[in-house]
Design a protein around this ligand. Structure first.
Ligand SMILES: [Zn+2]
Length: 120
């Protein structure tokens, strides 16, 4: 097993990418928490950028458990502290998520929007 893990590491270093094409087979043939699963997830979180997931057509290569394991690992990585619900409540989501006509945006930050807007 150690030799296989070493070979995987060599492949990742040589190809400069994590072989996500192996995720399906790996997750089919290994148990939860196995060294191979942990190593692939670690390699993804330690080396990959968002370009690894840029091509949505590759989504089918990711078993649900691989996504779950990767997400759990990413949540351990130091990052800006979560803002918490109190700060989130005051956050203006208009520029981030709303769809408006060009040049239009909500003006009532942190207050309830009209029912007409709520229907958007
Ligand atoms: Zn808005």
């Amino acid at each position: 097993m150690n030799e296989m893990l070493d070979a995987l590491k060599d492949r990742i270093v040589t190809e400069k990418t994590v072989p996500t094409t192996l995720l399906g087979t790996t997750y089919e043939r290994t148990m939860p928490g196995s060294a191979l699963r942990r190593m692939i997830v670690h390699a993804i979180t330690a080396t990959a950028s968002d370009r690894l997931l840029a091509d949505d057509s590759k989504k089918v290569l990711w078993p649900h458990d691989a996504l779950w394991d990767t997400t759990k690992e990413l949540l351990k990585v130091p990052r800006p502290q979560p803002v918490g619900v109190a700060s989130y409540a005051a956050m203006d989501i208009c520029p981030l998520f709303h769809t408006h006509e060009e040049g239009v945006r909500c003006t009532s930050r942190g207050t309830k929007r009209s029912s007409e807007e709520m229907a958007e």
